[in-house]
Design a binder for this molecule. Structure first.
Ligand SMILES: [Fe+2]
Length: 259
C-alpha cells in the first residue's frame, strides 16, 4: 500500500493548494491513505476546527500537528472528539487530544499515526525519546503499519528517532523546518525516513512568511507582524510504499508546483 504524507500546510496558499490539487495528486500517486500536517494552516500558526474539516474534506485521512497546536484555543474540544487528528504525544498528559490514532486506508489496511515533538528550541514537557517506544508498541498491538510524524528542529534528533524506530514502524517523517531534505530513504530494518518533508505553501518566502518581514525582524530584533507569502506555491511531502507487514519498500520525496 501507499501512504502520501503532505508536509506542513501554510496559510491560505497552502490550504488552497491542498483543496485544488490533492484529490488528483492522490489518484496520480495511487495513494491509499493521506496524512497531512496541518499545524500552520491558520494564517501560518495553528489550526481551527473549520480548517481541520476542510483538510479532511479535501482528502486527508488524518491530520498531524506540532508546536503551534494550542495557538487557536477553539481546536481543544475538536482534539478531544475527533479520532482523525493527533497532537504531539509528548505534551502534558493533562492536555486534551491524543498522540496516537488509527485510521482505515482505502484498501482496508489499518494505519496508526503518531505525532511527536522534538526537544531542541521547542522544549516539550516530555522528551520524545521517553514516550516513542511505548507508543509504537501500543500502535503495533493494532496494526503493523505505523507512521510517525516527528515535528522538530534538529536534524540529529530526527535521524536518531528514525534509527531508534527502524524495523518497528513503517515511516518516521520529519516536519517543522519547512525545508525539504534530500535524504528520503528506507533504512536497513524497513523503516522509511526523511529528515524533513518540507512545506506545502508559498516558497517565495522565508519558510512561508513574506521575506521582507522576516528579514526586517531578524535585522532589527524588533517585533514584526508576519504575513503569509503567496508566490511559488508547492505541495511537498513524501510517498511511502509498504507491504502488509508494515515494512517500507520505497520512500520518495514529493514536490509538486501548484500554479
Ligand atoms: Fe512547527
Amino acid at each position: 500500500m501507499k501512504i502520501l504524507f503532505i508536509a506542513d500546510v501554510v496559510g491560505v496558499p497552502g490550504r488552497r493548494a491542498v483543496e485544488e490539487r490533492l484529490p488528483s495528486l492522490r489518484d496520480e500517486l495511487a495513494a491509499h491513505l493521506v496524512v497531512v500536517n496541518g499545524e500552520n494552516i491558520a494564517d501560518g500558526v495553528g489550526i481551527t476546527p473549520k480548517l481541520a474539516d476542510r483538510l479532511l474534506a479535501a482528502g486527508a485521512d488524518a491530520i498531524t500537528l506540532g508546536n503551534h497546536v494550542w495557538r487557536r484555543g477553539e481546536i481543544s474540544p475538536y482534539l478531544k472528539e475527533s479520532d482523525r487528528i493527533v497532537r504531539p504525544a509528548n505534551l502534558s498528559a493533562r492536555a486534551p487530544g491524543r498522540g496516537l490514532t488509527v485510521v482505515d486506508a482505502r484498501d482496508g489496511t489499518k494505519v496508526a499515526v503518531i505525532n511527536l515533538l522534538g526537544s531542541l528550541f521547542i522544549g516539550p514537557p516530555v522528551s520524545p525519546f521517553e514516550v516513542a517506544e511505548e507508543l509504537v508498541e501500543e500502535a503495533r498491538r493494532t496494526t503493523p503499519v505505523v507512521l510517525v510524524d516527528f515535528h522538530g528542529e534538529a536534524t540529529s534528533e530526527k535521524v536518531a528517532m528514525a534509527r531508534l524506530l527502524d524495523g518497528r514502524v513503517t515511516a518516521v517523517i520529519g516536519t517543522h523546518t519547512h525545508v525539504q531534505t534530500n535524504d528520503a530513504r528506507v533504512q536497513p530494518g524497513g523503516t522509511a525516513a526523511i529528515t524533513d518533508a518540507g512545506m506545502t505553501g508559498p516558497h517565495d518566502s522565508v519558510i512561508g512568511v513574506v521575506a521582507d518581514l522576516a528579514i526586517r525582524s531578524m535585522r532589527t530584533g524588533m517585533p514584526v507582524r508576519f504575513e503569509t507569502a503567496s508566490g511559488d506555491v508547492r505541495i511537498e511531502g513524501v510517498l511511502v510504499e509498504c507491504g502488509a507487514d508494515g515494512r517500507a519498500t520505497s520512500c520518495e520525496a514529493v514536490r509538486v508546483p501548484v500554479p
